[in-house]
Design a protein around this ligand. Structure first.
Ligand code: NAD
Length: 340
């Protein structure tokens, strides 16, 4: 299960559950085809780990991630209810994956409201409304509280990350989405730091938008946006909105990036409604793998993979039912591989 020799780069592969194993296996076939030089270390988390008689997040998985620093991950089911925390959130926290990067690009052949969009959302992944601090419900259940925490350090880190990313990728503009008019302390601090950081990047255009107006403008004039940087909750919502602009979650990849570790995955979930039927669209995980190759400096292979995916979808060749085709996960993957 390795595409390279002794010099192969080790990566941790988490196949996930539901449609996860099918679409991750499809992705590994694509990586093998381009001889990406990766040495796959397979590990489980979540339901797959529990089924194997292990912990929710086994130590062996954590050790592997710490060692490889690079993870390709399929979706993992988070059953609703108490006592079962999200594995995804736990991994982000454990490895300090502070930046959630979600690029969306229009793909000809995918039914969507717009063409030629290319927007990257950079979402702060560790604090804000999702910090999980101070969550209480009064005894009679009539009042609930949670703390939203924003720090200067984390704000600086994510804002610098976004401006650096924009510069490295030759983008023109960074839009900061906030709600400082109402959430004066938390969002106010984020905005203040953003203005300071923006001054360090005079080569990039800097733009500020109040998040609600930003959402409206994204729907009405999405071509005005290039890179968006924002706090956790707003980023969660805006990045799904952006995925919707190009045709939905089925074609959107995501990366969770920290200083020592990075995890690449589909944006969608484990799709229990279609699991085991060989009809899941593997595009998101394949594009996530392309992001991973970009991350390790192999943009040449990443580009080839994207070109192949675009061609398959544009030509409607053996595509899966979500794209209006009659193909399967396997036939779609065959079509991608033939073009590589
Ligand atoms: P989902 O994204 O799994 O499914 C939503 C809809 O989109 C379903 O109808 C599904 O069939 C369809 N869909 C999703 N991916 C598809 C694909 N690749 N090809 C074709 N159709 C696809 O969302 P959900 O049902 O809300 O969540 C299911 C489970 O996944 C939940 O337990 C949730 O917690 C988990 N989840 C995990 C992650 C992750 O691991 N990063 C992300 C989101 C949700």
């Amino acid at each position: 299960n390795s595409t390279g020799g002794d010099a192969a780069r080790p990566i941790t592969v988490i196949r996930g559950d539901g449609i996860g194993p099918d679409i991750v296996d499809a992705t590994l076939r694509v990586l093998d085809r381009v001889e990406a030089g990766l040495d796959y270390r397979f590990h489980d988390v979540g339901p797959a780990a529990l089924e194997a008689g292990d912990e929710l997040i086994p130590d062996a998985t954590l050790d592997s991630i710490a060692e490889t620093g690079l993870v390709l991950k399929g979706p993992v089911t988070t059953p609703s209810g108490k006592g079962y925390t999200s594995v995804n959130v736990a991994l982000r926290k454990r490895f300090d994956l502070y930046a959630n990067v979600r690029p969306v690009v229009s793909l000809p052949g995918v039914v969507s409201r717009y063409e030629n969009l290319d927007i990257i959302t950079v979402r702060e992944n560790t604090e804000g409304m999702y910090s999980g601090e101070g969550q209480t419900v009064s005894e009679d259940g009539s009042r609930a509280e949670a703390l939203s925490v924003i720090t200067r350090d984390e704000s600086e880190r994510i804002l610098r990350f976004a401006f650096d990313l924009a510069r490295e990728r030759g983008r023109r503009k960074v839009t900061l989405a906030h709600k400082a008019n109402i959430m004066k302390s938390t969002s106010g601090l984020f905005l203040e730091v953003g203005r300071e950081i923006a001054k360090e990047y005079p080569d990039l255009e800097h733009d500020e938008r109040i998040v609600d107006a930003c959402a409206m403008r994204l729907v009405m004039n999405p071509e005005d946006f290039d890179v968006i940087v924002t706090t956790n909750l707003f980023g969660d919502i805006l990045s799904d909105l952006c995925a919707g602009l190009v045709g939905g979650l089925g074609v959107a990849p995501g990366a969770n990036i920290g200083d020592r570790c990075a995890m690449f995955e589909a944006v969608h979930g484990s799709a229990p409604d279609i699991a085991g039927r060989n009809i899941a669209n593997p595009t998101s995980v394949i594009l996530a793998a392309a992001l991973m190759l970009d991350h390790v400096g192999d943009s040449e292979r990443a580009g080839r993979i994207r070109t192949a995916i675009r061609a398959v979808i544009a030509e409607h060749d053996r595509v899966t039912p979500d794209l209006g085709g009659e193909g399967t996960t396997d036939s779609f993957t065959d079509a991608v591989i033939e073009r590589l």
